[in-house]
Design a protein. Structure first.
Lengths: 247, 741
């Protein structure tokens, strides 16, 4: 697969994402500079974590106007896979590629901790290697990770099975205590209606090695690789063994 | 403006110093020249009260690639790589404006590291606040922690550890010491010596504004008084986003493709353009001609005096090769940064600055740098009553040891720091192996199997009671903290925070500390390669407790053999290395449960510490250890409790422990802070091998118990549920701070 990882001014997890894809997963990666106007041939483009433009004005609000974003929008419109992690998720929301917004955490301060997220949808291009109800152990590190949207949008997200990851406890129960930032519906990750654009606040790229942060994050990248960069569902009916373990 | 001795006094200089300036110039200085002298001769920049003594510290060794005198020190870690590290204070600015003061402290130390060509991979910080009951403490803690997080998180360097202490001695003068470590190829370390007559001097980064003028001289090098609030304009404002761009652009300039364009680089930190240009010229034995009218400005109407003294952040001064100007300008433009040629290297040995064609500064470099004043200030031991004396016979034992232990774990200096470090990005960079919460932070050296371990240590209560023993103990504790993490100590940086050096008692504390640092660092074979002295930590005439913060760096050849402090599994044997003694002096126990900060300090034997470290390192390298934890504040019972409850994830683990009392008072056995002790846990089948290793080093070893169940049981006096103990320990700091709101 051919990946592109964008560096915006202020991106911090771009190098780590490239390291995971190239060195740990043996993938081919193109580093993209935000001033580029074309992506070139790619199967998946990643908008990494960080503080693009210092998070000034509003997280992602400036990066969304970077020259490369026009190309990302076209790539998404043509069905290409787009993964936004943390600040990347914020940029995708600001760009209108995903609905809703990410606002200041409930606790009003930056939060770096490990969380558990429950996989709500396994039949996606980003969670194909997971089972529905799986619990992933991943780090979060953000000041603005509280997902919000109006009621109609939230209903549409749920009805369209666009909520892919939800904050939960280690047993997969969604509780007020397991929601680190106050996100509505405990939403940690969503995809667009077409299923080819995915944003998540937790950091899978920081959970790909036992020595540093565990290996649960690999499942996200391996899922994308399993589909070979296609957003179209693989052939075959969903397995009946994929049952929700939570309430 | 006519400069007189009164102008000089208002700039923080003495009359004698002013006379020296007139002598060096052969005429009265211009106001701009006086400004230049006042910052360069400030305590902060010239180390005039400490230089004489700092020379005593050991700074050489087989690994040393760069000792004191550059922006930071560098040690060889093999594989053609070096680690570059330093610690610096930002105390007064953080007290006046906690958020920006702490943030710019982080920004400053980061620049010191990447100026050497090293990519920063980890930051730590040592924070000291007043009593949690002081009305200002909560505000200061929130500001400082928020500022550190803001800067470090945004620039993308993980904040992986450090220390936070509360003591009424810092009520009016908090300490914020920031440490950063970076990695560079050993043959690519960049230095800051201006050479090559005619080479252009370039200014890159943020534009210059009026912020931070006289930060180094009037804020950092003078005592505090009631008017300290009014010094807020001398605090700089940080922009971590610009610094991130500056970091990437500078490292790109230092990469193989561009390196040949660069001659020297230095950040404009304290005393801004003045110190960066004079120090680079001084190191290169050259001169520098500046055209101040070409400095990029943030605001209109600035005077040359303000330009020379501004401490606007995120700026660097470069010397590049003739003809490279355009390449360098283009490289910085890629990162949306300004770059301007503002001068040239000369062979005059003078700093000359023009403003609109007029020469406003024309001074020799030598008296500003190596020839700056250097004082051998008088020192005398404080004549106060002997804080070492204590009558243990009159000290009542706790009625309930369970409650005593829980109270200690909830006290501000022992409670979990999670509330602090969860505001720091500890993951960014992808190398953090051991996050905050164990004895030392461990971070992988990129592209290798190796890792560095880092710790900051100082027990200032001990240093107040006896600066020599306290400092030796701090160095030993730092070395133990690295060893229990599986790392061999390789070098030291230090931040020496003291009161007014013009007081003989403070100078005595300082000299005792230097002697101790020398002795301990020689004993451990850990050269001091960088450091910082912060004097004048006084408010209304009261000095802070002497606080020499030791930053020690260790090396693990195999990162996977790192060790953490918490117990790992049911059935493991618990072993104590070292000997318990009846030593309660200066302990947290005395302070928290008896309100007494006194007593004779625990005995310390550097030879024993060295052997202990060797033994633990051998065991760690053979993969025998499941956990290892240094016994320090709170004593053995607190150390055991920490082994049970400090794991970041998973359940707390209980332990059944039987300690031989050997005639000690039970409170001394549980809470005494005797040095040279380490708690280990390991699988029983490894006990025989451990005994062999330890016997060779002649260290006492006792199997004291087993990891078991959900309760911590010690002899028949402690029996606590570890899950509820963990809950009390975890939330205690936040509760204590919130209690004041």
């Amino acid at each position: 697969m051919r990946w592109g990882v964008i560096t915006f001014p202020g991106s911090n997890d771009d190098a780590q994402t490239v390291y995971v894809l190239e060195r740990l997963l043996g993938e081919s990666v193109v580093r993209l500079w935000h001033k580029q106007t074309a992506l070139g041939p790619l199967d998946c483009v990643v908008l990494p974590g960080g503080f693009s433009y210092g998070d000034y004005l509003r997280c992602g609000a400036m990066a969304r106007f970077s020259p490369i974003m026009r190309a990302v929008e076209e790539f998404a419109a043509s069905g290409g896979l787009v993964l936004g992690i943390c600040n990347g998720f914020q940029i995708l929301c600001e760009a209108g590629l995903l609905p809703g917004a990410l606002i200041r955490n409930r606790g009003l301060s930056f939060l770096c901790t490990r969380v558990h997220v429950r996989v709500e949808e396994a039949e996606t291009a980003f969670t194909d290697r997971c089972q529905r109800g799986d619990v992933l152990d991943l780090p979060v590190k953000h000041g603005e990770g509280c997902y919000v949207a109006d009621e109609a949008t939230l209903r549409a997200l749920e009805a369209g099975r666009q909520v892919v990851l939800r904050y939960a406890d280690a047993d997969g129960r969604v509780t007020p205590e397991s929601n680190p930032n106050g996100s509505l519906g405990a939403i940690a990750g969503i995809r667009n209606a077409r299923g080819n654009v995915f944003g998540m606040m937790p950091h899978p790229e920081h959970a790909c090695e036992w020595l540093v942060g565990g290996e649960d994050g690999r499942k996200i990248f391996l899922s994308i690789m399993a589909r070979g960069g296609s957003a179209v569902d693989a052939a075959g009916a969903p397995s009946s063994s994929k049952v929700l373990s939570g309430p | 403006m006519q400069v007189t001795v009164d102008t000089a006094l208002a700039h923080g200089l003495t009359a004698e110093e002013y006379a020296r300036i007139e002598q060096a110039l052969g005429r009265p200085p211009t106001i701009e020249e006086l400004g230049v002298f006042s910052v360069m001769w400030s305590e902060h920049c010239s180390y005039k009260s400490s230089r004489l003594h700092l020379r005593l510290l050991p700074s050489s060794g087989p690994r040393v690639l760069q000792g004191p005198g550059e922006n930071a020190g560098a040690l060889d870690v093999g594989d053609g790589l070096a680690v570059v590290f330093k610690i610096e204070s930002h105390n007064h600015p953080s007290f006046v404006e906690p958020f920006q003061g702490a943030a710019t402290g982080v920004g400053g130390i980061l620049r010191d590291i990447f100026t050497m060509g090293a990519r920063p991979i980890a930051s730590l910080n040592s924070l000291r606040f007043g009593s949690v009951d002081h009305p200002r403490t909560d505000y200061l803690v929130r500001g400082v922690v928020g500022g550190i997080g803001h800067y470090g998180n945004c620039i993308g360097v993980p904040t992986v550890g450090g220390e936070v202490y509360f003591d009424a001695g810092y009520d009016d003068n908090i300490l914020v010491n920031a440490f950063t470590l970076g990695v560079v190829r050993a043959d690519e370390i960049v230095r800051a010596a201006a050479t090559g007559v005619g080479n252009p001097v370039m200014y890159v980064g943020s534009r210059t504004g009026r912020d931070g003028i006289h930060g180094a001289s009037l804020l950092a090098s003078a005592e505090f008084g009631a008017e300290s609030e009014s010094k807020r304009p001398t605090v700089q404002v940080g922009d971590p986003f610009t610094e991130k761009l500056l970091l990437e652009a500078c490292l790109e300039l230092m990469s193989p493709a561009f390196r040949h364009h660069l001659v020297a680089i230095q950040d404009m930190g304290a005393a801004g353009l003045t110190s960066s240009s004079t120090e680079m010229a001084g190191r290169g034995g050259a001169g520098i001609d500046l055209d101040l009218s070409r400095v990029p400005l943030r605001e209109r109407g600035m005077t040359p005096y303000e330009l020379l003294l501004s401490e606007s952040q995120e700026r660097m001064l470069l010397v590049v090769r003739q003809g490279s100007e355009e390449t360098v300008r283009e490289l910085f433009a890629k990162w949306d940064l300004d770059a301007a040629v503002i001068g040239t290297v000369s062979d005059t040995g003078r700093l000359r600055a023009r403003w609109d064609g007029t020469l406003v500064v024309d001074v020799p470099i030598e008296p500003l740098t190596s020839g700056a004043p250097c004082y051998d200030r008088p020192a005398s031991e404080p004549a106060e009553e002997d804080g070492q004396r204590i009558d243990l016979g009159r000290l009542p034992e706790p009625v309930d040891y369970n409650e005593a232990l829980a109270t200690l774990l909830e006290s501000p200096n022992l409670a979990s720091r999670e509330w602090v470090y969860r505001q720091y990005d500890t993951y960014v960079g992808g190398g953090t192996i051991v996050r905050p919460g164990s004895d030392a932070a461990v971070v992988r050296i990129p592209g290798t199997q190796k890792a560095v371990a880092m710790t900051l240590d100082c027990n200032s209560r001990h240093c107040l009671l006896d600066p020599y023993v306290g400092t030796v103990s701090a160095v030993a504790e730092a070395a133990r903290n690295l060893a229990v993490s599986g790392a061999e100590p390789i070098g030291v940086t230090n931040c020496l925070n003291f009161g007014n050096p013009e007081k003989p008692e403070v100078m005595w504390q300082f000299q005792q500390t230097i002697a101790a640092l020398r002795d301990a660092c020689v004993a451990f074979g850990t050269p001091v390669v960088s450091g910082n002295v912060s004097f004048y930590n006084d408010t209304e005439g009261r000095s802070i407790p002497p606080t020499p913060v030791i930053g020690m760096v260790g090396l693990l050849d195999d990162a996977s053999l790192h060790v953490t402090q918490w117990f790992k599994g049911e059935g493991d044997a618990i072993v104590l290395l070292g000997r318990n003694r009846e030593e309660l002096g200066g302990s947290e126990y005395l302070a928290v449960l008896h309100g007494q900060a006194r007593g004779a300090l625990p005995w310390i034997d550097l030879d024993l510490e060295r052997r202990l470290i060797r033994a633990v390192l051998t065991a760690a390298r053979e993969g025998l250890l499941r956990s290892a934890h240094d016994v320090d504040e709170g004593g053995l019972a607190v150390a055991l409790a920490e082994c049970c409850i400090t794991a970041e994830t998973g359940a707390a683990l209980g332990a059944r422990v039987e300690l031989e009392s050997v005639g000690l008072r039970p409170d001394a056995l549980l809470f005494g802070e005797s040095h040279g002790r380490i708690v280990l846990s390991l699988r029983r089948r490894h006990l025989t091998r451990l005994r062999e290793i330890v016997r060779r080093e002649e260290i006492p070893l006792a199997v004291i118990g087993e990891v078991r169940g959900q309760r911590l049981e010690i002899n028949d006096i402690v029996d606590l549920d570890v899950t509820s103990l963990r809950a009390r320990w975890r939330g205690a700091l936040e509760r204590a701070l919130a209690g004041r709101r």
